[in-house]
Design a protein around this ligand. Sequence first.
Ligand SMILES: *Cc1c(COP(=O)(O)O)cnc(C)c1O
Length: 462
Amino acid sequence: MDERASALDAAHSAATGFLASVGSRPVWPQATAEELRGALGGPLPERGEDAAAVVTALARDADAGLAAIPGGRFFGFVTGGELPAALAADWLVSAWDQNAGPGAAAPAAAAIESIAGEWVCSLLGLPETAGVGFTTGAQTSNFVCLAAAQHALLRRADWDLSRRGLRGAPPLRLVVGADRHGSIDRAARMCGIGRDELVVVDSDAEGRMLPDALATVFAERAGVPTVVCLQAGEVHTGAFDPFAELVPMAGRHGAWVHIDGAFGLWAAASPSLRHLTAGMEGADSWTTDAHKTLNVPYDCAMAIVRDPADAQAMFRPGGDYLVFTGWDPWDATPELSRRARGVPVWAALRSLGAAGVAELVERLCARAERLAAGLRRIPGVTVINEVDYTQVLFRLDSDEQTQGLGAAILADGTAALTGARWRDRAVLRCSVSSWATTEDDVDETLVAIERLMIAQRAKSNP
Ligand SMILES: *Cc1c(COP(=O)(O)O)cnc(C)c1O
């Protein structure tokens, strides 16, 4: 057999073996990176090996260090699973090996990605003429949108950033919420905007920006070029900023509104959840992940800019050897060469259909509500947030108990969820973001949590 075909067969068999194990293997990785280096490392052998043998050894030796993310009980961070069509399409992207930067050289990729971008905009109620850049994650998308915003606002102030750079440019005001995601500060830093320069607006108990506090910012200083960065889906509570009030207010002051909707923007795809995002369609740019709520495998996200010319002004590359059309995928992101990472989005959407996307998001919310209801019934557990989306935040009586339970859950392996601090207390966060999570997965997780709490209590009061 051809070496490529036998290597792909080895990968197929290792992949299906792994996927068959995700329901029964410990959800959190069982080996540390240091331990795995033993089997996978050592000096690079002088002579190479057969491709299929390499792939088989890779799958075997990496196994103990894999998290069961494609299963139904990984609730850590905000982590989507992988829809079958998206997973298989992602394999095809590697087999095709297209360079999706230039549209002329990769017309299949350019067509598929532009359709996927239009489908996403239409599902989310955003303008289908927007520029959609496919990035590695919401972190990069936040950077893309802030960089496009900065370039556009400076141009409106007669400053060409591409030519004159940032030093000496008119000051730009970046307004952010107190409970913004950490990737906003990092995106700002990459745009040359430091932490002390951010104007931070207070939020309510769930992390939603307070409209009166934003009004105060504009009242204090009007007429400054301003970006207002809002959020759909706070990473702990899942809360949405009140866009219907905030977006028009920012618009009246000529501000550029950016919305980080890494996982929350998908509420707009469901008629029963759409009220959460009402008003977000009036913004100038939006970030959303495909590898979270949409369940495309890592890594895939979108940076959506209302006027594609604003993204192109910031990102259009140079090089006399490049081949340009009017708009190329490389005009929308910092990458020049890249994989066609939008193709799995096309496959995910085509496999679900518009109704299927709505059902997916609604199902994630229903599972989160079931988890919250079960947690509320366990004595000693306090559910902290309102749980109107996919996130459940809870704690026990003391920070020590909460952190102890978090460690016990990871060691136990029935489910995985991760800790954080919220309003000065240690908390545990659950994000229900996988299409694979069933009601049984939720119930098994609840049983494990209760069992581990009883064991913890027995240990502290022997
Ligand atoms: C996850 C998340 C990000 C970062 O996304 P990546 O895909 O990890 O880059 C940004 N903002 C919010 C609100 C998020 O939940």
